[in-house]
Write a protein that binds this ligand. Structure first.
Ligand code: OOB
Length: 554
């Protein structure tokens, strides 16, 4: 077999491709136009060379400077021996190095995995293991957490991992390196990899509903289509100043319209590592920020700050986007009516489909719906439990297929059989209704997931960890309503009674520590623990989570 064929095989391993007739359609319609993400940024940098691309604390980067650093970092990576198709887990806070690492890796055809700062060693080592990643890029410390410890844990578990690259100080651990002095690579260029825009560019992560988080392979073509179309819908331009306060690597932050949509139009990204109203309001004032994207919990916290006397920054923004979890109608109304905010609701998923309320939608639509799809070729079905399409207006399961929605998660054929229909529709796990105006209203969820202020918890993943505890017979994680976050998690625990029970508070602390020690992201640690003698069961003999949730509300 030729080297090229072997490479092609490697690049498509574990990937479910779009069927040829759809590929032809998406190309014919001009959605996919054959540009890689790397070439995309090169084009932005040429077009807007002198515009400021990123403000990161005291550091300002023009588009030309950012591209220069990307090129230099790409040279560094290739000198380290990395090649096309190699995977790299990137886990960085909202700092400029994120973009240098991301585009630098893409420049040589490496495939980044977009880990979030909240992930811990269980998740990160899973990402490394799944993709056989050779490189892990992290910060030294962030929000009081030392990522070098996490990296050490991953080094012990993951054979594929060759290098840990630390932004900050490496602590001189063996196999750890610090962020290079990029000026050393100034005069050099890498040879662009032999890749097409149809190939997978990088991996987003799914919130999931079963087991460990799944990897979402996004191609250059599909991702860039969603980026360009989003930038158009959101009407971004060279004067746009976007504050990035949600994690940079999240799909909402990157592409809806996010940083990439912003780069496409030549605007300026202001990075914040601190989501508090105090910190962000100061940045908004200082840089005359025009656009911000928040999850409902953060929007509520900022409203609280304004109601307590902070300056009303909502009326100063051109647009406030809110998405990631259901925005309560009352909060939407308050933002618009009391604080003169120009609100846009965003309902999307890392797997693809994104919906926006449009600026010219009727106010009531903006308040009470989650908008409409990006593309006329986003196929949307609302179905009953037997996959039969429901009449318009009825609540059912949302299925979708389209020019930027994946056809399968990476390397999990068994799981894909349930997560997608045989004709390629993605089962979103969301319960929705479509109103007379054609806008989507998210009414609930059929997937076993908790949406904790926009951070998704696959209940099964946490239960599996709890169930490994020697004293636990079985466990069930359910959501409980929360004023600030929308939802929090409560673990019902059936404890072995044959041992002497320490006090419930002691037990609770022990269990929390147990989950933390296991290495799950902190937001997955149960907020509350309830001990029960037995579980309620459904007629089928499964744990009746509905009954448990009702108990909590009662
Ligand atoms: C975004 O992406 P993910 O992958 O973290 O989560 C997707 C899930 C959706 O299936 C839905 O259950 C929920 O998050 N969701 C919303 C929502 N936006 C997302 N539920 C109700 N209302 C909304 N506005 O969260 C994401 C990706 C791109 C853009 C925006 C959000």
């Amino acid at each position: 077999m030729s080297e090229q064929t072997l490479l092609e095989q490697k690049l498509w391993e574990g990937i479910v491709q779009y069927p040829e007739d759809f590929v032809e359609k998406y190309i014919a319609k001009g959605y996919w136009f054959g540009q890689t993400l790397s070439d995309f940024f090169i084009e932005c940098a040429e077009k807007y060379a002198q515009n400021t691309a990123i403000i990161c604390g005291e550091r300002h980067f023009s588009y030309a400077q950012l591209q220069q650093h990307i090129d230099e970092f790409a040279v560094y990576l290739s000198k380290q021996g990395y090649q096309i198709g190699d995977s790299v887990v990137i886990q960085l806070p909202n700092i400029a190095e994120f973009f240098i690492a991301y585009f630098g890796a893409l420049r040589i055809g490496m495939r980044p995995i977009m880990s979030l700062p909240a992930h811990r060693h269980a998740e990160v080592s899973h990402f490394i293991g799944q993709t056989q990643a050779k490189l892990y890029i992290c910060a030294d410390r962030f929000m009081g957490f030392d990522y070098r410890k996490l990296a050490l844990e991953c080094k012990q578990r993951c054979e594929s991992l060759q290098q840990v690259l630390v932004v900050g100080t490496s602590g001189e651990l063996s196999g750890f390196t610090t962020w290079p002095d990029l000026s050393k690579y100034q005069q050099q260029r890498v040879v662009p990899p032999n890749l097409t825009a149809r190939h997978v560019a990088f991996f987003q992560l799914s919130g999931g509903s079963t087991g460990t988080p799944k990897l979402i392979p996004r191609t250059h073509d599909d991702y860039l289509y969603s980026v360009r179309a989003s930038a158009d819908i959101c009407e971004l331009n060279q004067t746009t100043k976007m504050l990035m306060v949600l994690p940079v690597a999240h799909n909402f932050s990157m592409s809806s319209a996010g940083s990439l949509g912003l780069f496409y139009t030549g605007g300026t990204l202001v990075l914040s590592q601190d989501p508090t109203a105090a910190a962000c309001f100061a940045l908004i004032k200082q840089h005359k920020v025009s656009h911000v994207a928040l999850v409902p919990a953060l929007a509520a916290a900022w409203v609280e700050a304004v109601s307590k006397g902070a300056e009303n920054i909502f009326s100063q923004l051109e647009v406030l986007q809110v998405g990631g979890a259901r925005l309560a109608d009352a909060l939407a109304r308050q933002l618009i009516e009391q604080y003169q905010c120009r609100l846009q609701q965003v309902f999307g998923m890392a797997e693809g489909l994104v919906n926006y309320t449009r600026y010219n939608d009727d106010i009531e639509q903006i308040i009470s719906t989650q908008g409409s799809r990006i593309s006329a070729d986003d196929e949307i079905k609302v179905v009953d439990d037997e996959d039969r399409e429901l009449p318009q207006g009825e609540v059912g399961h949302l299925l979708t297929r389209g020019p930027y929605t994946i056809r399968g998660y990476f390397n999990v054929p068994e799981h894909n059989r349930n997560a997608f229909t045989t004709d390629g529709f993605y089962r979103t796990g969301d319960l929705v209704r479509i109103n007379a105006e054609g806008n989507i209203i998210v009414e609930g969820r059929s997937k076993d997931q908790i949406n904790r202020g926009g951070e998704k918890i696959a209940t099964e993943e946490v239960e599996q960890v709890l169930n490994q505890h020697p004293q636990i017979i079985q466990s069930a994680l359910v959501s409980m309503p929360d004023q600030m976050l929308g939802e929090k998690s409560c673990a019902y625990i059936q404890w072995r009674t044959d041992t002497t029970d320490p006090s419930p508070t002691r037990l609770m602390m022990q269990l929390r520590q147990y989950v933390q020690h296991y290495g799950l992201a902190t937001y997955k640690i149960p907020d509350r623990i309830e001990f029960v003698e037995d579980m309620p069961y459904t007629a089928l003999g499964k744990i009746d989570k509905k009954a448990l949730r009702q108990r909590l509300v009662a």
